[in-house]
Ligand binder design. Structure first.
Ligand code: FMN
Length: 165
């Protein structure tokens, strides 16, 4: 456990970090035997060529262990109004079991699940990671992508939830 920095204004840090805008995605994971998925917000594009995204994954989640084992993940982009889907996937698998039981999905090229009722997806191969702090920054190269339909993405700010600060 790292000590708090006495020079850091904790309240200012929290207020300002919570102003960084985020989308909401379902990160699909697999490990050769099982699939899982979780609601992710700390996601962004990180390079044009090759196309890279960063996806920051909580170290103590089952999904983290599965990405570490497989080196792949998918990101399904939710549409504005799909807060219910995001709500389902932020519960840990160890408490709720198979989150895909009543959510239509299909398996992509990486073996990771993709939400059928979403705007579209990318599938990524992990090409780097930073393990420092309580989330691991996975750098993923986009190796497959698909568009399901046109629409506006679901934004964290529209849900009234916070993940950050
Ligand atoms: C609004 C919101 C955003 C979240 N964003 C992330 C994220 O970017 N990265 C992450 O690892 N967990 C994020 N989470 C937490 C995971 O969804 C949660 O830990 C989940 O239970 C992990 O599932 P698993 O244990 O089945 O792998 C977020 C949760 C909420 C409510």
């Amino acid at each position: 456990m790292e000590l708090l920095n006495p020079l850091l204004d904790e309240q200012a840090k929290k207020t300002i970090l919570r102003k960084i805008p985020h989308g909401l995605y379902i990160c699909g994971v697999c490990d050769g035997e099982n699939v899982n998925g979780f609601t992710a917000s700390w996601v962004m594009q990180a390079s044009f060529q090759p196309p890279l995204v960063v996806n920051c994954v909580k170290n103590d989640s089952i999904s983290h262990a599965m990405i570490k084992a497989s080196g792949v993940f998918s990101l399904s982009v939710l549409e504005a109004g799909q807060k219910d889907v995001a709500q389902k996937f932020f519960k840990p698998q160890r408490l709720v079991g198979n989150k895909f039981e009543d959510v239509e999905s299909y398996i992509g090229e990486t073996g990771c699940p993709i939400i059928s009722d979403s705007l579209g997806y990318v599938e990524c191969k992990v090409v780097g990671s930073v393990e420092h702090g309580d989330h691991t920054v996975y750098v993923g190269e986009v190796i497959a992508a698909g568009v399901h339909r046109e629409g506006e993405p679901l934004l964290l700010e529209s849900t009234g939830w916070n993940y950050g600060g």
